[in-house]
Write a protein that binds this ligand. Structure first.
Ligand SMILES: Cc1cc2nc3c(=O)[nH]c(=O)nc-3n(C[C@H](O)[C@H](O)[C@H](O)COP(=O)(O)OP(=O)(O)OC[C@H]3O[C@@H](n4cnc5c(N)ncnc54)[C@H](O)[C@@H]3O)c2cc1C
Length: 407
């Protein structure tokens, strides 16, 4: 019998297989798709610190498409914006990162099988459900509400007319190579994020169709239809991803869940890869000591606070219309430093000076201030609450967590 059976070898499953195998555990893994087609097949933004913390080498080209790029976050179609510089966000080609993880796991003896759809729980000391949002759901989670599901699309495209591409970015005051992200153009959570690297164009779109907005693929198709300088798709894909605060049960018996299957996404921008790397390390270390409860405890203690806080923040921004979003950005209530922290998945705690700026900036929109400031105040409370998670009975703790998450 193997020590670990990993079901689903997307980024989360491949990361667990690699982390377990390199710690000397015997690992078997399965994916319904061919191994070279499993998981995300697009370009994702991932903060560099997460590779270090998870114990994976940072990506290099061709896996790395860019790093530390200016990030222009526009309210609606602009021109109001916040610009983030000096950050460690990397643009990572997930096809390459995934095959790096698969190779690492195999080099350490993991037996990984593609084109093998699992229908029964395999016989192993520990079983990992990494089958994604609509996978096996071995922990029997309730279905997510449609308003907590983002449908995103990302594609790399040819550029038919380089001059026109340059003119487009110039009009929006973004140098080629940097990121131009329109936000809230189709409701609170929607984005059209563009990056022209001088040769190709990366397009990332996403929204919450359950809140009545066009899906990411529709936003992408509509935007491309209006910009005839954009050429054919080189690679990319689309999928639904979870946005709700992570549940407090990650383990049942000898089964643990991870990744999108466990709703481990940074809700403010629907990012799952950093969390998958970080949790794969904690999971493997817990399996080595034969204690899955340790995985649940450590992950919730270390990352549950920020993910819960970002769910609260995301639900708040979803409740804003475009006018309110513009007013929030114009007010400097969330200065570039705070936006940078959110972008790179750090806790956007407000220093007293930031708080004074926010209060001053929002003084002419008191109703918006009355909604925004309590949300920001609850972020450190959620963090502290998770840092104090009990090892035993969590009933009272969970009740207080739910209260802190109420918008
Ligand atoms: C367009 C888009 C853009 C995104 N951008 C970012 C970003 O910029 N930054 C970021 O961090 N995140 C981003 N994300 C989120 C990130 O890509 C996901 O969180 C991540 O890919 C999920 O990985 P996973 O391994 O948990 O699940 P999945 O990728 O869904 O993998 C699950 C795997 O399980 C397999 N499987 C399912 N059922 C079975 C079964 N019964 N038997 C065997 N195998 C099975 C599937 O074939 C699949 O390969 C984006 C997502 C999308 C859709």
């Amino acid at each position: 019998m193997s020590d670990v059976a990993v079901i689903g070898l997307g980024t989360a499953g491949a990361a667990v297989a690699a982390q377990c195998a390199r710690r000397g555990l015997s690992v078997v893994g399965y994916d319904a798709r061919p191994l070279e087609a499993a998981g995300a097949r697009w370009v994702n933004g991932v903060p560099a610190w997460a590779f270090d913390a998870a114990g994976f080498d940072r990506p290099l080209p061709p896996e790395l498409h860019g790093e530390g790029l200016e990030f222009h976050l526009l309210a609606g179609w602009g021109p109001h914006r916040v610009v983030c510089r000096d950050h460690d966000l990397m643009e990572v080609d997930m096809r390459h990162f995934h095959s790096r993880l698969i190779r690492l796991a195999q080099r350490h003896g993991a037996r990984l099988h593609g084109e093998t759809k699992v229908t029964e729980v395999p016989d192993a000391r520990f079983v990992i459900d990494a089958t994604g949002l609509n996978g096996l759901n071995l922990l029997g989670r309730p279905k997510l509400e449609p308003v907590d599901i983002c449908v995103a699309a990302q594609e790399m495209r040819e550029v038919r007319d380089q001059q026109e591409a340059r003119r487009f970015f110039e009009r929006h005051e973004v140098e080629p190579g940097h990121t131009l992200c329109f936000s809230g153009m189709a409701g609170g959570y929607s984005i059209v994020n563009l990056r022209f690297d001088g040769e190709h164009l990366g397009i990332l779109t996403g929204s919450i169709p359950g809140a009545g907005h066009p899906s990411g693929p529709k936003l992408l198709a509509d935007w491309v239809a209006e910009n005839d300088w954009v050429g054919d798709t080189i690679f990319g894909g689309s999928r639904a991803l979870p946005l709700a605060a992570p549940p407090v049960d990650l383990v049942r018996g000898n089964v643990a869940s991870i990744g999108d299957a466990a709703w481990m996404t940074h809700s403010a921008h629907g990012s799952g890869i950093a969390q998958q790397m970080l949790s794969s390390r904690i999971l493997a270390e817990s399996i080595v000591i034969g204690d899955l409860a340790e995985y649940e405890y450590r992950w919730l203690r270390d990352y549950g606070g920020i993910l819960s806080g970002m769910d609260l923040f995301r639900r708040f921004t979803c409740s804003l219309d475009e006018g309110e979003l513009v007013r929030l950005m114009e007010s400097d209530a969330l200065p570039a430093g705070g936006t940078r922290k959110i972008l790179t998945q750090r806790l956007p705690l407000m220093a007293p000076s930031d708080l004074m700026t926010a209060i001053k900036g929002l003084s002419h929109v008191p109703r918006l201030a009355a909604r925004f400031l309590p949300v920001m105040a609850r972020l450190p409370l959620l963090e502290l609450h998770h840092r104090a998670i009990p090892r035993g009975d969590r009933t009272g703790w969970e009740r207080r967590r739910r209260a802190l998450l109420r918008l």
